[in-house]
Design a protein around this ligand. Structure first.
Ligand code: SF4
Length: 230
């Protein structure tokens, strides 16, 4: 992409961020969660709703009040506790693998030490854990460690493609890097949450409500739809 194309995209992202903020409000991280809690919550959130993963996380905390109590438990027992979150067997094993890795590497179940690292180092450390993908790592960095990262979930991937902020073939992993270049780091959290809000409320996967959408004037998908109809 040329420098001038990049500038155009940055201006568009800035305008979208402003508009979405006026629609859904300014999103701030109220209090940073413990990074290990965030890691486990994010593993539980894969391929399910916030409601189901929230229920699974609460059940896990109730059954195992400390992460040390969970370490070394049989995966099938853990899966039974988190069943409400879906894919329980896979998620139970991922959580147990992550805890074992942290214990072996650090001698204790705590990720606070990551705060002292530079963001790329913290990201690289998290990447050494089996089953901890780019989105999960970015969420831990952004939500708990106040580090610049732009997590891309299914809503952000879909909406930013339709808007034309990323290309039609851009993968989620590539989108994390590309979107992070379009807005300043202090806006990452706000933009991330508000795109998700818009994806849930208006720009749904099936039947996006383009006729009611207040950002349609900035949307490539809408523009091509209108062109095809005229
Ligand atoms: S105009 Fe349609 S496709 Fe574009 S952002 Fe709005 S709802 Fe999504």
């Amino acid at each position: 992409m040329s420098k001038s194309e990049n500038q155009v995209l940055r201006r568009k992202a800035e305008a979208l961020n402003k508009k979405l903020t006026s629609l859904y409000g300014r999103q701030e991280i109220e209090s940073a969660e413990d990074p290990l809690d965030t890691l486990i919550e994010t593993i539980l959130s894969q391929n399910t709703t916030d409601k189901n993963s929230g229920r699974a996380f609460a059940a896990l905390k109730k059954a195992y009040p400390t992460w040390d109590a969970l370490l070394g438990e049989p995966a099938d027992r853990v899966a039974a506790v988190i069943r409400s979150g879906g894919l329980a067997g896979i998620k139970a094993q991922r959580i147990l693998d992550a805890l074992s890795f942290i214990k072996v590497e650090r001698g204790e179940l705590d990720l606070e030490f990551l705060r002292a690292m530079r963001p790329p180092e913290a990201e690289a450390w998290l990447a050494r854990m089996k089953g901890v993908g780019p989105k999960t790592r970015s969420i831990v960095l952004l939500f708990s460690l106040d580090m610049p990262a732009f997590p891309v979930d299914t809503h952000i991937h879909r909406v930013s493609k339709r808007l034309g902020l990323i290309g039609p073939r851009t993968t989620r992993e590539q989108a994390q890097e590309e979107l992070a270049l379009l807005v300043p780091p202090r806006e990452f959290f706000n933009f991330h949450i508000n795109i998700i809000e818009h994806g849930r409320a208006v720009c749904r996967a099936r039947n996006p409500m383009c006729a009611k959408c207040t950002i349609s004037s900035m949307c490539d998908y809408y523009r091509s739809l209108r062109k095809a109809q005229s």
